[in-house]
Unconditional design. Structure first.
Length: 270
């Protein structure tokens, strides 16, 4: 006789349970009063950006590990994934641009002093990709989580460092450090002179160039969108707004790759 007791049965996994959809849909907290229609779009777009940033960091960390283990083709495969994610980041701006400047200004003041400048995952991406700027840590002094993450990135090898160490192990000496910049450029030039002999390394180099270019395109598209939305106004976090963003467009993670092509062209008389 069971006396009405039911055996312990694990609840069946559901789509919503696995993805925590119920909790996810509660995370879009709006600040405008009265509520502004486009604030929901603004919040969701930026939350999605943060999720993609998390995925990019996950992939890039794996790529660095793979490069250190000489798994060139697998690293290249994941790098291609990163590039496709970057395309999504760029295309999301088109969705945000369906919001007019007046729509944005209707709730912009409620965001003060929050700013995209305070996205520590974006800074992690920059640091990991090769653009380490310790001075930026001061903007996260009140956030121990962000500070710890960024300090860890500053101390860890970058994607570029892992790549050049890989080249060195494959008979293309590319020592690290600013004093060896020209040696790294020469190593890349030698690789590009005979790509068929080291095709995996060549594909990886080409992927890094595209990754760098896609990041620059995202910055540029973002600048044009912000310029359209706020003109010459300062950013919500007190930054220079469009002026600051324009100054970042020319930043490159792997300048040696571009220089190697230019130097090779000059030496061939091109």
């Amino acid at each position: 006789m069971s006396f009405g007791l039911q055996p312990n049965v694990e609840p069946r996994l559901t789509y919503g349970g696995y993805l925590n959809v119920e909790q996810l849909l509660q995370l879009q907290t709006l600040l405008s009063e009265p509520s502004q229609h486009d604030e929901t779009l603004f919040v969701i777009i930026h939350q999605v950006y943060e999720l993609w940033f998390k995925q990019l960091l996950h992939e890039l960390d794996s790529i660095v590990t793979l490069l250190r283990g000489d798994a060139v083709l697998e690293a290249h495969r994941l790098l291609r994934r990163c590039i496709e994610i970057q395309r999504v980041l760029i295309n999301q701006i088109a969705v945000l641009e369906t919001m007019t400047p007046m729509d944005f200004l209707a709730f912009r003041d409620h965001l003060l002093p929050a700013s995209g400048f305070q996205s520590w995952q974006f800074r992690e991406l920059e640091f990991l990709s090769g653009l380490k700027q310790p001075r930026l840590l001061r903007f996260f002094e009140t956030n121990p989580t962000a500070t710890a993450a960024l300090e860890q990135r500053l101390a860890a090898p970058t994607l570029g460092e892992a790549f050049f160490a890989l080249l060195t192990r494959h008979q293309f000496p590319a020592p690290l450090g600013p004093e060896h910049h020209d040696q790294r450029v020469d190593a890349l030039r030698q690789l590009y002179e005979s790509p068929e002999k080291h095709y995996g390394l060549f594909l990886l180099a080409e992927g890094l160039i595209e990754y760098d270019e896609m990041f620059a395109l995202w910055r540029l598209r973002h600048v044009k969108m912000v310029e359209r939305m706020i003109g010459s106004k300062p950013g919500t976090g007190g930054s220079e707004g469009v002026g600051y963003l324009k100054a970042t467009v020319e930043a490159r993670f792997f300048p040696e790759l571009g220089e190697a092509g230019a130097r090779g062209s000059r030496q061939r008389g091109g």
